[in-house]
Design a protein around this ligand. Structure first.
Ligand code: F3S
Length: 648
């Protein structure tokens, strides 16, 4: 049996399920990462499991998203994260140390390992030859507790690279070319594995640019082999001893192969408002622009800043353009200062921003209204830049710098006499902004610091033997997670405060719902078709769970929301006879008898209607949970289940 590089790593970490294409497999997670926007809830969930120290080889908590301080809340979050890291045995990367993916690549990623991160661009780590997957916060919390991560054995798409990139053509242009071919939906359920003779011509940060934007394909992850280039990168990082070779077996079989001749790749741009609306830069040449931003987890390495600086050296950016640079990490920024890159950039008129996500999430460097902004980032969805009607193009650092100089979109090959250089050799290591995990004795003394906005994560009780609960709400078809748990700037800061955020559940459908539910103690929601469609937000299950919802009975579910209900101990049931939907009204009750026994016995659950015109009649509901998910829901959710499985 031969395996691809991705399959070899999966196999080495395989823990549960049949190791067969299309089947669910559970894999051991070696490393985790969180960022601050998702991290507070991850550590609250981890805390609720009552497991004193993380069981991963290595876990890191980064602060890179909400670094701007408009009021006390971000700073409160940072203090909470720092103290939680100290308590649970986690590395803490302080604000200012850089963007999680860039820092992880530099200081922690290891070939052959698995990494799970509560951020969708975690696949950046695939540039080092690891399986690095972005997941929901709860998945990361349970992985830290030592539980497997479950995924469907993905299809493996081989991307064969031949040739060598031409002058002023870059890794960003390669991934934009792949996006043009595969589209933003093309990668679902797939791993993109790069191989072939062209691989060795790409540095690790270039490879990481490519795997980073595999997230835009919707892929499970992307990876490169780990070879001599990887070894040299790790040696520069003082981590040469962590290198191991990762490569596909001779004759490994891919589900599909895409071939890219690097010498034919030309500068590309993703046009508003999707990363897969990709055209050659030459087609856009001459289009005026107002803003250029270089940075983000996609393109903020030393070489990226270096090539931009060399294009701009001794010149001044166009009068109508504002140029912002956010270096990916403190390591990058320090090296860029010491070898003249920052000097060249500042001399040319660039504004140096924090080593953080910043403009990528619309913070601190929004385009002008209706303005054209060229960004080296990975996403250009409408409004993400902070300006609703801005036109954002995604390009390489070469294209960004050339265009900032000319004041219009410019093919960087038109700038003569400049080449991408190897600045990585200037790497210097100083980890003084990374706080290592406390030892157990020190950790025991740590009190977790909670500002007024951080409340413990609630958990559900195990499913009761005799459940009788009121129907608290009956909804129509196509209820979205926005209906259940609204988003928006008013709600977002409450993400770590479930009692407070739950006051907004079903706000636009029935504003009295939260009060009614809390007063009832236990309740049921009835819904129509496609219940829970839309965003995958966990809070649409977590907040109803806090309000005492025990079951949601609908005609049909959206897939991710159903999984979230199970994760938070809420029973997802469907009508055996959809006509029963009409018999259930708010105010009636359903009495389930011995529910755990019924659930274990088969796919049907019978309940007796109490009250209303059908009083005393029985109804049959269905579930489709296999053994593992059934155990999760019976335990009252994934947190309880993991706590019990680990004997806490
Ligand atoms: Fe940050 Fe943007 Fe990457 S928000 S993690 S720089 S996609």
């Amino acid at each position: 049996m031969t395996y691809t590089a991705a399959e070899k790593i999966l196999k080495a970490h395989h823990r549960e399920g049949d190791f067969l294409k299309g089947k669910e497999i559970g894999i051991t997670i070696d490393q985790t990462l969180t960022q601050d926007a998702t991290g507070t809830m991850v550590y609250l969930q981890y805390e609720a499991m009552n497991i004193p120290r993380v069981k991963t080889e290595l876990s890191v908590s980064y602060v890179d998203h909400n670094t701007l301080q408009n009021d006390y809340r971000n700073m409160d979050d940072h203090r909470f994260l720092q103290s939680a890291a100290a308590k649970f045995g986690i590395y803490f990367s302080r604000p200012g140390n850089g963007i999680c993916h860039q820092v992880h690549l530099e200081r922690f990623g290891r070939p052959g390992k698995t990494l799970l991160g509560s951020d969708s661009h975690t696949p950046t780590g695939g540039g080092l030859g690891m399986i690095a997957i972005g997941a929901g916060g709860l998945d990361v919390a349970v992985a830290m507790a030592g539980a497997p991560f479950y995924l469907t054995y993905p299809k493996i798409i081989g991307v064969k690279l031949t040739g060598k990139l031409g002058r002023m053509c870059s890794a960003k242009d390669v991934i934009l070319t792949v996006l043009k071919l595969e589209t933003v939906k093309g990668g679902v359920g797939k791993i993109y594995e790069y191989f072939g003779p062209g691989v060795k011509s790409l540095t690790v940060p270039e490879r990481a640019t490519i795997t980073n934007m595999g997230a835009e394909l919707g892929a499970t992850t992307s990876l490169f082999p780990s070879d001599e280039v990887t070894k040299a990168f790790l040696e520069l990082q003082g981590r040469g001893n962590q290198w191991e070779e990762v490569k596909a077996d001779e004759g490994a079989v891919y589900d599909k192969i895409i071939e890219i001749d690097l010498s034919k790749v030309e500068p590309m741009a993703a046009c508003p408002h999707m990363p897969d609306i990709v055209v050659p830069v030459s087609e856009l040449a001459g289009k005026p622009l107002q803003q250029v931003a270089i940075g983000s987890c996609t393109n903020s390495s030393l070489d990226d800043l270096g090539v931009a600086a060399d294009i701009l050296a001794g010149k001044t950016i166009a009068q109508g353009v504002s140029l912002g640079i956010s270096p990916g990490s403190k390591q990058t920024l320090s090296a860029a200062m010491k070898n003249g890159i920052i000097e060249k950039l500042v001399d040319a008129g660039a504004r140096i921003l924090e080593s953080a996500c910043g403009p990528c999430i619309g913070m601190g460097f929004a385009p002008s209204s209706g303005g054209v902004s060229l960004r080296t980032f990975n996403r250009n969805f409408k409004g993400r830049s902070g300006t609703a009607d801005a036109q954002v193009y995604l390009v390489s650092p070469e294209t960004a710098a050339a265009s900032a100089l000319m004041g219009a979109i410019t093919d960087p090959r038109d700038i003569k006499g400049v080449e991408r250089k190897d600045y990585l050799a200037y790497t210097e290591i100083k980890d003084n902004m990374i706080i290592p995990p406390f030892d157990e004795k020190e950790a025991a003394k740590v009190e977790i610091v909670r500002g007024p906005n951080i409340k413990p994560c609630p958990t559900a009780k195990a499913v009761a033997d005799n459940l009788t609960a009121n129907v608290l709400l009956k909804t129509e078809d196509n209820i979205t997670t926005d209906h259940i748990m609204p988003a928006g700037s008013k709600i977002l800061p409450l993400r770590s405060n479930i009692p407070e955020i739950s006051k907004h559940v079903f706000e636009a459908v029935d504003p009295d719902f939260p009060q009614k539910a809390l007063a009832a103690g236990e309740g049921i929601i009835i819904g129509g078709e496609n219940y829970g469609q839309g965003s995958s937000r966990e809070h649409a299950a977590l907040a109803p769970m806090y309000l005492g919802i025990k079951a949601v009975i609908v005609k049909s579910f959206a897939r991710i929301h159903k999984a979230n209900l199970i994760n938070f101990g809420i029973l997802p049931l469907t009508f055996s006879d959809p006509a029963d939907y009409d018999k259930l009204e708010e105010g009636v009750s359903l009495s389930f008898g011995n529910l755990p026994d019924q659930l274990k016995a088969g796919r049907e659950v019978t309940a007796t209607l109490v009250g209303g015109s059908g009083d005393g009649t029985s109804m049959v509901f269905l579930h489709d949970m296999e053994e593992r998910l059934l155990s999760v829901v019976l335990a009252g959710g994934l947190l309880n289940f993991t706590r019990q499985s680990s004997g806490q």
